[in-house]
Design a protein around this ligand. Structure first.
Ligand SMILES: NC(=O)c1ccc[n+]([C@@H]2O[C@H](COP(=O)([O-])OP(=O)(O)OC[C@H]3O[C@@H](n4cnc5c(N)ncnc54)[C@H](O)[C@@H]3O)[C@@H](O)[C@H]2O)c1
Ligand SMILES: N[C@H](CO)Cc1c[nH]c[nH+]1
Ligand SMILES: [Zn+2]
Length: 439
């Protein structure tokens, strides 16, 4: 078993186009997925529980008599936690603790206390930060179960102070994942429903007789989930549209090639459409990692997925030097960037666009997926150019505060009257003008 991975070099005349081809990501079934999702959402909006039950039977092969049976009780989540082996429970708890600590630190440093300041005339201005009342957390569960995603979505919401955290997770064929339920018990989730796909997103957006509507829906999922989130945006808030996982490794040639090969596998094993790219200024190092890949691949449980991902979307890029490697990383704007090199902090200074940056050869991306502390829900498909990891700030909103003094009303009033008259809005001008004392 061998896998052919595309090899590029920045010295090639058409390198720019070649790289663009590697990065191009099309959901080929976009049209059909969109129309399925539109129908599911419309049906859930009109028929509530009845539609949710029908799609859960059709897509997850789970038949129950009433939507109430889809709710997984707190007691069941607590029992799942209690049923774990001591080692598994300790690992889950340790991950939860580290993720909570990181997000508490983030809360303190992201302006969660708001601010106020006062002008000389006694007018005070400020910003008030409020947690959302309710959020829905989508936890994927179609092809694999993701307890770590429960922690990564629910803990920041809990730290932000959200009081109602409703989790939805598909349970194909009725199989519940104990670790997923245990993670819910540890992270402040208030209600759990065994529903997935577009029907779960519709239920959280519109509400059904049994499933409450929420203010914002977060969490990763497959193309059906992504299409549904895109469509309900506006009725509810959403965090982002997550595409397939990505890893970009920049290596100066000093890391054991087996380590880097396995790091590339770690994201490739998520999905046939996942993307793993290696950049190095050392062409012989690229050959050595390629040898490691061919050696290690046959022993991997998910070798078929890894092979498809690496052969269709993977790449190895030879660059002139580390500066050029960083420049290309910025162009790729990957979800995860490993800087597996000597003095990684130096190279990190050159990076402007990446969801999460992993510094040094001991920082494997997998540690970030589970337990380092920062969030693993990250911008994909080059959206790191303009968006950030999921965080406490996604579960807060801001209101501005304005308290104008009698003195301030005189100066601000004159400005407002002038501008309102310019806009032809009489009531605005008079509203401001009435508060100006006649001299
Ligand atoms: N970015 C992250 O942080 C992160 C974390 C974990 C997982 N993921 C990604 O999330 C995705 C999870 O996908 P998944 O499929 O395993 O689980 P999922 O829960 O996202 O999707 C399963 C649901 O899809 C719906 N569905 C499946 N086939 C359908 C069809 N033909 N018609 C209508 N609906 C259909 C069903 O309702 C089913 O319940 C993967 O791509 C994985 O890589 C991302
Ligand atoms: N790497 C994924 C985000 O791209 C998150 C994850 C969950 N479990 C393992 N990995
Ligand atoms: Zn992962």
């Amino acid at each position: 078993m061998t896998v052919q991975i595309r090899r590029l070099a920045t010295t090639q005349s058409d390198f720019k186009n070649q790289l663009a081809n590697v990065l191009a990501f099309e959901e080929k079934e976009d049209e059909s997925i969109n129309s399925v999702v539109a129908n599911v959402l419309a049906d859930v909006k009109t028929n509530g529980d009845k539609a949710v039950l029908e799609y859960t039977r059709r897509f997850d092969r789970l038949s129950v008599n009433s939507a109430a049976e889809l709710e997984i009780s707190k007691t069941d989540c607590e029992a799942a936690l209690a049923s774990l082996t001591p080692e598994r429970r300790a690992a889950l708890q340790a991950a939860a603790n580290r993720i909570r600590k990181y997000h508490e630190y983030q809360k303190r440093s992201c302006g969660s206390d708001g601010f106020t300041f006062t002008d000389e005339d006694g007018t005070s201005l400020g910003q008030k930060v409020t947690p959302l009342d309710s959020v829905g957390i989508y936890v994927p569960g179609g092809k694999a179960a993701y307890p770590s995603s429960v922690l990564m979505n629910a803990i920041p919401a809990n730290v932000a102070g959200v009081t109602e955290i409703v989790m939805v997770v598909p349970t194909p064929d009725g199989a519940r994942n104990e670790l997923v339920l245990a993670a819910a018990a540890l992270s402040g989730v208030t209600r759990v429903f065994a529903v997935g796909g577009a029907q779960a997103i519709g239920a959280l957006a519109y509400g059904t007789e049994t499933i409450p509507s929420v203010d914002k829906i977060v969490g990763p999922g497959n193309a059906y989930v992504a299409a549904a989130k895109r469509r309900v945006f506006g009725t509810v808030g959403i965090d982002m549209i997550a595409g397939p996982s990505e890893i970009l490794v920049i290596c100066d040639g000093s890391t054991h090639p087996d380590w880097v090969a396995m790091d590339l596998f770690s994201q490739a094993e998520h999905d046939e459409m996942a993307q793993s790219i290696l950049i190095s200024p050392d062409a012989s190092y690229l050959d050595r990692v390629n040898d490691s890949i061919q050696k290690l691949l046959p022993g991997m449980i998910r070798k078929d997925i890894i092979t498809k991902s690496l052969s269709s979307r993977g790449a190895m890029v030879h660059v002139k030097n580390m500066e050029e490697a960083c420049e290309i990383a910025n162009r790729i704007a990957p979800e995860h960037l490993e800087i597996s090199a000597e003095n990684p902090e130096h190279w990190a200074e050159l990076i402007r666009h990446a969801g999460s940056i992993f510094l040094g050869r001991f920082t494997s991306e997998a540690l970030g997926d589970y337990c380092a502390g920062p969030n693993h829900v990250l911008p994909t498909s080059r959206t790191a150019r303009f968006s950030s990891p999921l965080g406490v700030y996604d579960f807060q909103k801001r209101s501005s505060l304005i308290c104008v003094s009698a003195e301030g009303a005189q100066t601000l009033g004159k400005i407002a009257v002038e501008l309102a008259t310019g806009e032809g809005l009489e009531a605005h001008a008079r509203s401001a003008g009435l508060r100006i004392e006649k001299q």
